[in-house]
Write a protein that binds this ligand. Structure first.
Ligand code: SAM
Length: 209
């Protein structure tokens, strides 16, 4: 079942969607040590730093981006922190994450679209995004969380949003709990958030989401 929040109450805009994703991930990672967190779209590295801080000294963050320019910005941001040693960055499409990740993942963050301040023609795309989500869900530990910040205002954004929603709808209700947050008018252009929690016998307490 997909629960939708925001259609009646107005959409959650811009940075608020990212803040909401961070709040969910923060709650899921609380008390976790030594886990693997995935940043599927490293970009300028804000989410990478956020995950690295929470992964703890024995944790690992694995990040993917197709642009060296983005990874360089993320590396520079990580150098300003004490957490760089826990981060592996790959200049590789997230649709190939299965070639790199062998262990189960506790959280995975996707922040779709283009690199802010960068080349706006390099965007995440429906086909590869769904391939990556499929792999991320397969790698996710029971009780693990995927967040997807979806943008619809650029060319291809609406198609990608619909593809992500179709992927979510295809997940078996006994395998996943899905929440769509802040979509508002489904024909609109505002960003929204999808949270996917993996169910299972070892899943533990449900997240408030
Ligand atoms: C909105 S930005 C990510 C913002 C980032 N999470 C942050 O905190 O700064 C989206 C990123 O996705 C990247 N991207 C596009 N296609 C990709 C793919 N197939 N695999 C991985 N990253 C991709 C773009 O290069 C861009 O840097």
């Amino acid at each position: 079942m997909m629960v939708e929040e925001g259609a009646a109450s107005g959409s959650v805009r811009g940075g608020r969607v990212t803040a909401r994703a961070h709040a969910l991930v923060r709650a899921r990672m609380r008390g976790c040590e030594g886990v693997i967190a995935l940043d599927a779209t490293v970009g300028n590295g804000h989410d990478t730093v956020f995950l690295a801080e929470r992964a703890g000294a024995s944790g690992t963050v694995i990040g993917f981006d197709v642009q060296e320019e983005a990874l360089a910005k993320a590396r520079a941001r990580l150098e300003e922190t004490r957490f760089g040693g826990r981060v592996e960055l790959h200049c590789l499409g997230h649709e190939r994450m299965g070639q790199v990740i062998r262990d189960s993942v506790t959280v995975a963050m996707f922040n779709l679209g283009y690199l802010p301040g960068g080349d706006k023609t390099v965007i995440t795309e429906a086909g590869t995004t769904v391939k990556a989500l499929t792999q991320a869900f397969g790698l996710l530990a029971e009780g693990g969380l995927i967040t997807v910040v979806v943008y619809r205002g650029h060319a291809g954004g609406k198609e990608e949003a619909e593809a992500v929603k179709r992927f979510c709808a295809s997940l078996n209700e006994s395998a996943a709990r899905v929440r769509i947050i802040g979509e508002g008018d489904s024909a609109g252009e505002t960003p929204f958030l999808i949270a996917i929690e993996k169910r299972g016998p070892g899943a533990g307490a449900k997240l408030e989401m």
